[in-house]
Design a protein. Structure first.
Length: 245
């Protein structure tokens, strides 16, 4: 039995996290360790996206969120940003038919209006093509920032209060969640961060209040199927109390 087979045997399919979120980190360092330009790391990281999406879908994960590009990433060199946008277009063109065939719905968390025209058009096309798929929701956090999401949600909620659509006394956590990009989705049960960094990086700040975290020193381009199984097995061995005893 291979190590992967052994890990698969340990997973309790009756206790899977409904929503797994991953901060894909370490592409640049992976490339630099090999004396390659950073975009080579992003290209290799795209291959891991393909592998992990397929693995999560086959396993039965209902929601998978991947942090691809933050609102702060615009500060990076233009050559790197241009390379990332080209990789995004390549990924969609290469994988859209397979996503659709596998009944996976693509959803975007973030403000895609700021993207260059070509990647924006490709993203919109992919969203439209997969909108009725039901096996798994694949959230790509793209031009995403957790603080921006909360502020925008507050603004939209305030507008609805002003026009009388919402009464002030009705506001609670459940209602406010309808003003976030993840409207209608469960909060992440498990947040995975490879690369050795121990921070949230402005990711799903509202939604991860009671998420379990799994950190690893593995750089994202080296993150494989067996690592996802390791994270899920570790999650299944935890006692989630949600503030109780």
């Amino acid at each position: 039995m291979t190590r992967l087979d052994d890990l698969k045997a340990k997973v309790n399919l009756d206790n899977l996290p409904k929503h797994v979120a991953i901060i894909m980190d370490g592409n640049g360092r992976w490339a630099q360790k090999r004396s390659l330009p950073r975009n080579f790391g992003h290209q290799e990281g795209m291959e891991r996206v393909i592998e992990i999406v397929e693995c999560a879908s086959q396993l039965g994960i209902k929601y998978l969120t991947l942090y691809a590009f933050s609102t702060e990433n615009w500060k990076r060199p233009k050559t790197e940003i241009d390379g990332l946008m080209k990789i995004l277009v390549l990924y969609i063109r290469r994988e859209l038919d397979r996503l659709h065939k596998n009944n996976i719905k693509l959803n975007i968390l973030g403000d895609i209006s700021k993207l260059p025209e070509l990647p924006r058009k490709e993203v919109i096309k992919a969203i439209d093509k997969t909108k009725n798929n039901t096996k798994m929701v694949l959230n790509i956090a793209l031009n995403y920032g957790g603080r921006d999401e909360i502020i925008n949600g507050i603004k939209d909620l305030y507008k609805d209060i002003e026009v009388g659509k919402i009464n002030y006394d009705e506001i609670d956590a459940n209602l406010f969640s309808n003003y976030l990009y993840t409207k209608g989705q469960p909060d992440p049960d498990l947040v995975i961060r490879p690369s050795g960094e121990l921070r949230i990086s402005n990711f799903l700040l509202y939604q991860i209040a009671y998420s379990e975290f799994w950190f690893s020193d593995i750089l994202w381009p080296d993150f494989k199927e067996n690592n996802l199984y390791e994270a899920i097995i570790d999650y299944q061995n935890r006692n989630r109390r949600f503030g109780g005893i």
